[in-house]
Design a binder for this molecule. Structure first.
Ligand code: THU
Length: 132
């Protein structure tokens, strides 16, 4: 199965009773395994988590460390851009040139990269200050 097909399959498990908007994410780790996530909403709305965050959590829980490729899919008129928080989360675990494929269940795809999604990302290097 392709990464997009993996994302489409896990999307069906999304828990999105409030928005009605199901999202699936699949990532391949540098270590070579595939990890999946879907959005999980909560009646206390801000407590919900995005599909991308779920896939990253699955990767870390499985013991892998770095992302090699990402696919995200939703049923939308155009490929859905990850939210700002998920861009930061992806940048924490993926190099800037890692490919992110955004897809729709209607057949559209948009291929981008982590650096295109979050130019000038904050990272731990900025915390290497002499006065700290
Ligand atoms: N959502 C994701 O899971 N990933 C995205 O990239 C965009 C938005 C979810 C969050 C929420 O459950 C629903 O889509 C509507 O915002």
């Amino acid at each position: 199965m392709s990464l997009i097909e993996d994302a489409a399959a896990v999307r069906l498990n999304a828990h999105a009773p409030y928005s009605g908007f199901k999202v699936g994410a699949a990532l391949r780790s540098v270590e070579g395994r595939t990890h999946l996530g879907c959005n999980v909403e909560n009646v206390a709305y801000p407590e919900g988590t995005c599909a991308e965050a779920g896939a990253i959590a699955a990767m870390i829980a499985a013991g892998d460390k770095r992302i090699a490729e990402v696919a995200v899919i939703a049923d939308s008129p155009a490929p859905v851009p990850p939210c700002g928080g998920c861009r930061q989360k992806l940048a924490e675990f993926a190099a800037g040139d890692v490919v992110v494929t955004l897809a729709t269940t209607r057949g559209a795809t948009l291929v981008t990269t982590v650096a295109e999604l979050l130019p000038g990302a904050f990272d731990a290097g900025f915390m290497d200050a002499p006065d700290r």
